[in-house]
Structures are given as structure tokens and as C-alpha cells.
Design a protein around this ligand. Structure first.
Ligand SMILES: [Zn+2]
Ligand SMILES: [Zn+2]
Length: 448
């Protein structure tokens, strides 16, 4: 976005709604500051006649309560818009203190997340909002003139060379192969019940509590083993390892309808090396086909899988501690993935509280939807970007929208499902709006 493009088209300032006819009349009589004066007098117990003698344009005592009402509503909304700015600025500063690269898209992502936490579902993080946010906080685009790795931050300058060498090797390998044959896999831990970790509360409140379905669910995690190709494809199905201290007999049966995932379980919800072997043989193998190239981190579980493999897969292990800068899934995929999951669970929890997200099927629903949407061709450029940003692809992929933008920000006030209910999501595959029941409950799956 250019700096001089600050015009307020499609602005978020919906709290400056065109005044209703009543308000026009009140405002014509007195400016807002005078309203406050009038309200103060009324609160002090002055009689209406006494107030009226000072403010002769008042004709009815109801006008005072209307003034109060307007100020209260507007005030709380304006306060929330300010809270968005404060929250986004905090995230921005946190990220910069970690020396992370930040783009407009990240600020927008962060604003939508904060807005959702605050319950401001009408907030769109428009270009006009972004322009003002950056201007007000003195944020400008700067050229990066020094790079450090996370490891260097921890005083390990030698790692830089190791990573450069690994990148150099990989680039040669990628140049000699089709992008469709080059893969990156990584495991991500997902909290069973995602809570945002912050809430607005009253100053001085001693203990800040939030309601969840199950206490354990906020600390227990399950693991998702994501596989992407350098061509920008997310490979389905995805291995998900649930945390099941006692695996029930109905486990497989219950999870069968979730076609985007292949469900396993361990007592911890973590991958075991045995599952690493299973994954390579049963999920990766059939998807990747002959002569594939796989980049993974130095998790020992892969090592055993590699030893068991008959050499049909060429595996490249990332140098230890290099994943935050050199593993595509870490560099760009995991953050938007978790953003999407968090937003999806917050939306469901708020609007459909009866739908239990913390049980097995609830979790499977969330992950199945998220995986399904991320596999849409419209996100190929985003996945390729993760390879580009980690230093493996020379050519910058075309501009892309994040899944949150495509699936949720695209919902307008009049977006409807075919059944005429209000839209809950837009499917990134078929570009169609769906209500909660037709998308989530019916497990909409227009793709193969
Ligand atoms: Zn669809
Ligand atoms: Zn519907």
C-alpha cells in the first residue's frame, strides 16, 4: 500500500454511523461537551426544570436519557477500537524485539485476532485503518540491513555458516528436481482448547479467569504432522496424533468422517518414533511417490524412519536449531495455521456455544476444516512463499491472501448461505458462503 493512499473508503469507523434523525436533532441543539455537562447536572440530582433553565433548548427530560444512552454506546465501541490499536501495537513491539520480519499482512492478521478477542466482529482492518495505525505509531517500511539468526541471538555465530551451506545444497537439489517432488514435513503441537490468553477485565480484579469446557484441555496438546511441497501444495490427509490416556474402542469409528486427517493416538499426544515410521511408510510414501525429496528437522524419530526406509526417499535433515529461519513450515506456515485455528475456535465458541470443541470430535472438526481450507489451490502461493522466505526459491511467488482473509474477512453483513442463514465461512475451494450447520456440522467437502 502506498503512503498517500489514506482515503477512508471502506473504513472501519462504523461507530461514526450516519446519525439517526433523533440524534441529529439532539446534536443540533447542543454539542457533545454540553451533553456531558447536562448529564453531570442530572446525575447530581438537579431537577429537569433547573437544568432546563440553564439549557433552554431542552424540551423533554427523555432527551437527557437519550444523550446518556448514545454516549454510553459510542463510548464503549470507541474504547474497543482503541483497545485493538493498543493490542496490535503490543504484538508489533514484541515481534520486533525478537527481530522478526513484519509486513502489513502481519499487522492485519494481528488486528483481526485482537478484534475477534474483543468481540468486534464488524472490524475489517481496512487499508485506511492500516494506514492510520502505521502513521499514528510512526511505523514505516525499512530496508533490512543486517540479519541474525535466532541462534546468533543466543551467541552461536557458527550456525549461520551451517545454515547457508544447507540452503546452498538444497537449492541445487531443488533446481535438479520438480517442485512437486520436494517436500517439507514438520509436527506442530496444538492445544486441545485454544484460549487466547488475554481478556479485558476490570482494573484491580485479582484473579482473571476464563471459562473453558475442560481444564486439562488448555494444557494438553495434540500433534499435527503437516506436509507441504515446494510447488505450494498441502498434502492430504494429514497425520494427527491425539492425546488419549486410554484409547476408547470407538476411536477409529468416531474419527472416520474426518477425511482430511488420519487419526492416531498416544498417551501424551506426542509423536513417537514408531509413528514416525508409520507416517513415512503409510502417509508420506503414497502421497510423494517415487524419487521424492524430503526436508525434515533433526527430530530423532525421523532418524529411525530413515534407517528403516530402503532408500526410496532422499532425506535432508535441517541443521539443529535452524528451523526458525530455514524450515518453510516454521518460517511462514505455522503462524497463519494457528491463527486460523484460533479464530475458528473463538468464532464457534462465541456463536455456537453448544458445540463442544474440547472433545475428540470437536478437535477433529477444527483441524479437519483448517487442513481442508489450507489445501485450497488459492493458497498455493502462500505455501510457496514459505519456501521463498526460507531461502530455497529464487522467485517471489505472486501476492496472496491469508486463509483468514479469504474464509472470514470476506464475509459481509449480507453474506448468506444457500439456506438463507447468515454466512459463517466462505469455502476457499468453491468460493461459496456457508452457514455453520451446512459447513461445520455437515463437514462440507467440495474437493477430492
Ligand atoms: Zn467448498
Ligand atoms: Zn446453510
Amino acid at each position: 500500500m502506498s503512503e498517500d493512499d489514506g482515503k477512508c473508503s471502506d473504513s472501519d469507523e462504523e461507530y461514526f454511523v450516519p446519525p439517526e434523525s433523533k440524534r441529529v436533532r439532539l446534536e443540533d441543539k447542543y454539542p457533545r461537551e454540553t451533553w456531558e455537562e447536562i448529564i453531570e447536572k442530572s446525575d447530581k440530582g438537579w431537577s429537569f426544570t433547573t437544568i432546563q433553565s440553564k439549557h433552554r433548548k431542552l424540551s423533554d427530560r427523555k432527551e437527557i436519557s437519550r444523550m446518556k444512552e448514545y454516549l454510553k454506546n459510542d463510548g464503549s465501541k470507541i474504547q474497543k477500537f482503541n483497545d485493538i490499536n493498543v493490542g496490535v501495537l503490543q504484538e508489533f513491539l514484541d515481534m520486533r524485539s525478537e527481530l522478526e520480519e513484519i509486513h502489513d499482512r502481519d499487522i492485519v492478521d494481528s488486528a483481526l485476532k485482537v478484534a475477534d478477542e474483543l468481540g468486534l466482529t464488524t472490524f475489517k482492518a481496512s487499508e485506511a485503518w492500516l494506514y492510520r495505525f502505521k502513521k499514528n505509531n510512526g511505523i514505516v517500511s525499512r530496508k533490512i540491513n543486517a540479519v541474525v539468526t535466532k541462534a546468533q541471538l543466543r551467541n552461536q555465530p557458527e550456525l549461520n555458516e551451517v545454515v547457508d551451506e544447507f540452503r546452498g545444497n538444497m537449492k541445487t537439489v531443488i533446481a535438479d528436481n520438480r517442485l512437486e517432488k520436494v517436500f517439507n514435513a514438520d509436527q506442530t503441537a496444538i492445544k486441545q482448547e485454544m484460549i487466547c490468553g488475554r481478556t479485558l477485565a476490570l482494573k484491580g480484579e485479582k484473579k482473571i479467569k476464563a471459562v473453558v469446557k475442560r481444564i486439562n484441555a488448555t494444557t494438553h496438546s495434540y500433534t499435527v504432522q503437516v506436509l507441504i511441497s515446494a510447488a505450494g501444495k498441502l498434502v492430504l490427509p494429514v497425520m494427527v496424533v491425539f492425546c488419549e490416556p486410554k484409547r476408547p474402542a470407538c476411536f477409529e469409528q468416531q474419527l472416520l468422517p474426518f477425511k482430511n486427517i488420519t487419526a492416531y493416538s498416544t498417551t501424551s499426544g506426542l509423536m513417537t518414533s514408531q509413528l514416525g515410521i508409520t507416517w513415512l511408510r503409510d502417509i508420506y510414501g503414497p502421497a510423494a511417490g517415487e524419487n521424492s525429496i524430503l526436508m525434515v528437522d533433526s527430530w530423532t524419530g525421523y532418524q529411525q524412519a530413515i534407517d528403516q526406509d530402503n532408500g526410496s526417499v532422499q532425506i535432508h535433515v535441517l541443521p539443529p536449531k535452524s528451523t526458525s529461519v530455514a524450515q518453510p513450515l516454521d518460517v511462514y506456515f505455522n503462524r497463519p495455521f494457528k491463527n486460523f485455528l484460533r479464530l475458528l475456535s473463538c468464532k464457534i465458541r462465541r456463536f455456537f456455544p453448544d458445540f463442544d470443541l474440547s472433545n475428540r470430535q470437536g478437535m477433529a472438526t477444527l483441524i479437519d476444516i483448517t487442513i481442508g481450507q489450507f489445501s485450497a489451490p488459492v493458497f498455493n502461493a502462500m505455501i510457496q512463499y514459505s519456501w521463498y522466505a526460507s531461502g530455497y526459491l529464487e522467485e517471489k511467488p505472486e501476492e496472496f491472501n491469508t486463509p483468514v482473509a479469504v474464509c472470514f474477512d470476506s464475509i459481509k453483513i449480507d453474506s448468506k448461505c444457500e439456506c438463507d442463514k447468515r454466512a459463517f465461512i466462505k469455502c476457499a475451494h468453491c468460493d461459496t458462503f456457508f452457514c455453520f450447520s451446512h459447513f461445520v456440522k455437515d463437514l462440507h467437502r467440495c474437493y477430492v
